[in-house]
Design a protein around this ligand. Structure first.
Ligand SMILES: [Zn+2]
Length: 463
């Protein structure tokens, strides 16, 4: 007798054809996948007739505690993620202090309020961060770090960083990562050439027009692509896994078709806002983000790249913020980039991917679960449906239509750029380690059940 059986559902194992099957779940794990009709004895049965059972989504890019306190963001952010079928996050942290001191408080705060599990990415800003990299990696099992190249020239003023955030810094960090553990370490890079962005602004700032179209011209496509080309080179020279966050441009997708991008350690991510919005979006200046949302042609190119494997993952890049904080003092130049959009990875892939562009469900399961799990060292406990993997699942109704309201972010933000948009294909149940934590738009799990996820790293080579 197992704890839970999911019967009559169509199971979507990443990379495979969906098939009718029964799942047996016991002690937080999937213990077996049986042929449909087996009627495995179980304490509780879920009838998934007419529904599809996917591995729980993994959001590899989220900023709980970015604009606001982690203690404020964790419970609502992880709850909204769970409602959207997300069972694992990888959350970003950014501080100029020592992560050796800070990470224990991050873990304690996160585990105090979270509905779902999370690993952490740390942003590298200072020379001491690089000096402590090996110790941070081994002590906390953190194998992914980030550099934001759009901060070049503002490091001292904004972050009190003691060095220039540039390609030289990226190279140094990659070399250090290669020494620590070339198999598991991942460098996440925000690719924008800030010198070109500065020049773009100088050229057009007198013609300021408070619109998404003008905002996009402050960071035109080639400012992203230029930086991506440099990262392709450094990824090749160092052999370090290089994860290009939130890619936005058709021109960048052309770069990812070059021979040099044919590198299994070069990974591309995009986000729901680039896949569902353009410069003509009704969301207007609420949808300002870095890099900006672009044209229909860019959006189409991103979908094509998700289909053919030039792009591997979709991260929400959620950054919970109140509308009045985002809009600054009301003047265009003071608007802050970013917004909350947690929990829409699955609806975006089902509506935009499956229904509108015929992306196969097995491919969608790779994008939303298997790929981020493999890249960030969480596989096979997370990211698939297999004997022995965590029973992290999302059951979806491919035909359910749901219109997003501002409530989608209400608990810790107060607006959604997706407000008024209708998605076809929506989660009806989310299961985390065998526990039903969300069903039909209601949270059932308790905050504080989520766990911090340590990741595997090669043993320290002395020192
Ligand atoms: Zn981000």
């Amino acid at each position: 007798m197992v704890d839970l059986a999911i019967v009559n559902g169509t199971v979507v194992v990443p990379g495979e054809e969906p098939r009718l099957a029964e799942l047996a779940i016991d002690d937080e794990k999937v213990t077996a996948i049986y042929p449909a009709g087996t009627a495995v004895p179980a304490d509780e049965r879920i009838d998934a007739s007419g529904l599809h059972v996917f591995p729980g989504a993994i959001d590899p890019h989220i900023h709980l505690g970015g604009y606001q306190d982690l203690a404020i963001d964790t419970e609502p952010g992880t709850g909204l993620a769970a409602l959207g079928g997300v069972t694992t996050l990888v959350n970003y942290f950014k501080d100029t202090g020592s992560y050796l001191d800070l990470v224990p408080t991050y873990i304690e705060t996160y585990e105090g309020g979270a509905y779902i599990d999370s690993a952490f990415h740390l942003q590298l800003l200072t020379e001491p961060h690089l000096g402590e990299l090996a110790e941070t990696t081994h002590r906390f099992g953190i194998t992914s770090y980030k550099i934001n190249l759009a901060w070049k020239g503002r490091e001292k003023a904004v972050f009190d960083s003691d060095r220039s955030i540039d390609n030289g810094w990226v190279w140094s960090v990659m070399l250090a990562m290669r020494d620590i553990d070339p198999e598991h370490m991942v460098l996440n890079v925000h690719c924008e050439n800030q010198e070109l962005k500065n020049e773009a602004r100088l050229r057009i700032e007198d013609e300021m027009d408070p619109s998404l179209r003008f905002y996009e011209q402050l960071a035109p496509d080639f400012t992203e692509t230029d930086s991506v080309l440099s990262m392709m080179l450094l990824a090749r020279m160092t052999g370090v896994t290089t994860y290009l966050v939130h890619l936005s441009a058709a021109l960048t997708m052309e770069a990812l078709a070059l021979d040099w991008a044919d590198n299994p350690k070069l990974i591309g991510e995009t986000c729901p806002h680039y896949l569902m919005h353009t410069v003509d979006s009704d969301a207007g200046l609420k949808a300002t983000v870095s890099p900006p949302v672009r044209t229909q042609r860019d959006q189409d190119a991103l979908w094509e790249a998700l289909g053919d494997g030039r792009l591997d993952t979709v991260g929400s890049d959620s950054n919970p913020i109140l509308h009045k904080t985002k809009m600054g003092d009301g003047e265009f130049w003071s608007i802050k980039p970013g917004f909350d959009g947690v929990g829409l990875i699955v609806p975006t892939l089902l509506d935009g991917g499956y229904h509108r562009r015929r992306l196969p469900l097995g491919r969608i399961a790779q994008i939303m679960a298997e790929n981020p799990a493999r890249i960030f060292g969480l596989y096979p406990a997370k990211g698939t449906i297999a004997e022995g993997s965590d029973a992290d699942l999302v059951i979806v109704d491919l035909e359910a239509e749901h219109t997003v309201t501002d409530d989608a972010t209400a608990a810790h933000s107060d607006f959604s750029i997706f407000e008024g948009m209708t998605f076809r294909g929506w989660p009806v149940m989310t299961i985390s380690r065998g526990e039903i934590i969300a069903q039909d738009g209601k949270l059932l799990g308790k905050p504080g059940r989520g766990r911090y996820l340590r990741r595997q790293v090669a043993a320290s080579s002395g020192g």
